[in-house]
Write a protein that binds this ligand. Structure first.
Ligand code: NAD
Length: 309
């Protein structure tokens, strides 16, 4: 089965491609390499350098005729979206609509979308269910929710099956030190170089950190399951930024003090995703707890450091 992966040269997308190969699917990657890296895509996988928001994307559908589209390509930086809402909407909303129109025209059997817990916005300190009110605090969050609405309406009008995955904060090997949820890669890169990273606000804001290989498996399970559903993909646990920093200090045998900075615009205070629906209907479960995931991530960053020396 042919699976078109948009953003397949990126952090999460490249792990999705790895998992697709392991599971016997035939991935094809489209990516404009805005933040992705060609080296993350295995040489055996067909790679097309194209912008999903450009008309040229249709050529890929016409020539490859994919069965399934896993759509991860996006402008992923919340702060960038606040400064550049037009460009954010162009890539994230118009890019998604262009893909959906191609899926309809070329009879794609399923559309799997990478959404975000950023659609929920500010909530009390509780575990967020998919049914919670939508209230994005950033243009990025709006772009993800708008895309969800377009997907659902394409499905109603043209019977395009979909699965929407709302990720918590994803971390792991190949994550860049910028963008949404990049705090773990930023902390590791700084601490391993003996530098103090910034902590914004009082550091008591919490995040639900989910390991990238678990997110990749949720995408691959969605090819067969979870049709026309929306699923939180998180661990249903929370860690404060201060706690996270302590764990990273201890894993790296460091004793660095972070630099306090003012709270950032658009940052949410609490984040923990209830994953019951994904456990029951996608038959997904996270295989990595934070300790195991951080250990694997540390091994990756140490490997990069050694190569650089
Ligand atoms: N990392 C997280 O914690 C997180 C959380 C929630 C949702 N998401 C979503 O997951 C998806 C993947 O994010 P990521 O963290 O791997 O980011 P990433 O920046 O590593 O990956 C995005 C990929 O998309 C490509 N891309 C961007 N715009 C494109 C365009 N117009 N045309 C073609 N390719 C384009 C980039 O070059 C990159 O390879 C995104 O949709 C993001 O919004 C990520």
């Amino acid at each position: 089965m042919k699976v078109l992966v948009t953003g397949g040269a990126g952090f999460i997308g490249s792990h999705v491609v790895d998992r697709l190969l392991q599971s016997g699917y035939e991935p094809i990657v489209v990516d404009n390499l805005q933040s992705g890296n060609r080296k993350f895509v295995p040489p055996s996988v067909r790679f097309v350098e194209v912008d999903i928001a450009s008309p040229q994307i249709e050529v890929v559908f016409a020539t490859e005729k994919p069965d399934v589209v896993i759509h991860l390509a996006a402008q992923v930086d919340v702060a960038y979206s606040i400064k550049n809402p037009v460009e954010d909407a162009n890539q994230n909303i118009l890019g998604t609509i262009r893909l959906l129109a191609c899926c309809h025209k070329y009879n794609v059997k399923k559309f799997i979308f990478s959404s975000s817990c950023a659609v929920y916005g500010e909530k009390d300190d509780c575990s967020i269910k998919e049914t919670f009110p939508i209230q994005p605090q950033s243009f990025y969050g709006i772009s993800k929710f708008s895309s969800e609405l377009y997907i659902q309406t394409f499905s109603q009008l043209f019977q395009l099956p979909y699965t929407i995955l709302r990720y918590a904060n994803v971390y792991g090997p190949r994550q860049s030190a910028i963008g949404e949820g990049g705090v773990i890669s930023i902390f590791f890169k700084n601490v391993l170089n003996g530098k103090a990273p910034y902590i914004f606000g009082d550091g008591e804001q919490t995040r639900d950190f989910v390991y990238v290989k678990d997110v990749a498996s949720a995408n691959v399970l969605s090819i067969e399951k979870g049709t026309n559903g929306i699923f939180n993909i998180g661990t249903n646990s929370k860690t404060s930024i201060n706690q996270l920093f302590q764990i990273i200090n201890s894993l790296t045998n460091s004793n660095i003090s972070p630099i306090p900075m003012p709270e950032r615009e658009g940052d949410i205070r609490f984040s923990q995703l209830d994953n019951t629906k994904a456990l029951n209907l996608l038959l997904w479960k996270p295989d990595y707890d934070l300790q195991k995931g951080l250990n694997e991530t540390l091994t990756f960053y140490k490997g990069i450091q050694n190569k650089g020396n």
